[in-house]
Design a binder for this molecule. Sequence first.
Ligand code: AMP
Ligand code: GLY
Length: 421
Amino acid sequence: MKILIIGNGGREHALAWKAAQSPLADIVFVAPGNAGTFLEPGVQNVDISSTDINSLVNFALKEKIDLTIIGPEKPIIMGIVDKFRDVGLNIFGPTKSASQIESSKFFCKKFLSRHNISSANYKYFTEIKPAISYINTIPLPIVIKADGITGGKGVIISTNIKEAENIVKNMIQGNLFGDAGKRIIIEEFLYGEEVSFIVMVDGKNILPLATSQDYKRIGNNDTGLNTGGMGSRSPALLVTAKIYQNIMDLIIYPTIFGMLLEDNMYTGFLYAGIIINELGQPQVIEFNCRLGDPETQSLMIRLKSDIVDLCFAGCNKTLSKKFINWDNRYALSLVLTSKGYPSYYINDEKIYGLPKKSFSHSKIFHAGTSLNGNQFITNGGRVLCITTIDRNTKMLQKRAYKIAKSIYWKNIYYRNDIGYC
Ligand code: AMP
Ligand code: GLY
């Protein structure tokens, strides 16, 4: 089979690495990929941007691609799945309409309410005055969310009424998040620990992946700005069998069957960001219409089943016939970034010390990297992701940081507290 993976991050490198191991795969293309996918055996980069949908369709038709797997949300939200299906190509992901579960927070909140799925109480605003009145009636901290897509930046949590009022003004009247921020959700703050619960869906059948968690904040001890994720681990130990069943019964089944009932069938990966409160009850923070990054890296190193076979079954509506096998060891991923991320940072720095040999227990996935001749250089905020697997969580952490210390570029930054503790 010919496989096409769309995207250029660590998540896509992990997917390509895993897909290339499939006995079903003759070749794995990644569009556009990065320096890591360029060097990966059995994988070939294609110089097409992940949002250039017409070129991707033409490439897939010309190459007779058997299966396409999408990494990032943007092409999904733009409607890549509809376009591929229109010309008879197999692609594993949700339609543009189903992806509203991520692309519009208001769509998502209304859907959750209609189906009695637990989430933070909220109100929707397009005008400043009623939004400010509402802020003055709810307890601090206050969560303000842009309705539209902001690349993960559109959520601000404020512990100060005046600050919250200013944020609202800057979003609705100013240009804080462009058009995405002209419509806002204000919601109550949920207390608890966050887990990532990702499932594969073929419309009707659901196959849950192993549980995982990411580290969202830029600084040690979960401080500072929200990021795409500074590290991840799998499994999420907090999710006991009972909590797992509750997540399936109270969140995942009602969501997938709710979409089906509303004639908006969901296919693809569905990522539920879930808060588990002190009573062990799960509540939805958000949905993503794709896999998580860097959760995918920790999941792919644990996955013993064939990702190509699974995604193909997802396209052909035969997921009910599949099981997923996981390595029962723990996985940890540590993300190395360019200092300044998630705000301003410098690209084009030379990366030194990348291990030449491969490890049996670890894999360095590339994200923001490119090659200048034989020299790896930085090309993004999140640059590399060290992913490792072990029975012993202490060893996992020790090993990830040992590898990290051997790698260097001028403005390298990573958290020092990623791991099980
Ligand atoms: P979102 O883009 O909706 O996932 O929000 C980004 C991050 O903000 C989440 O991963 C949470 O860590 C945090 N967050 C969002 N909504 C809430 C909430 N209602 N209560 C507490 N934390 C939240
Ligand atoms: N790691 C969070 C996300 O992929 O959205």
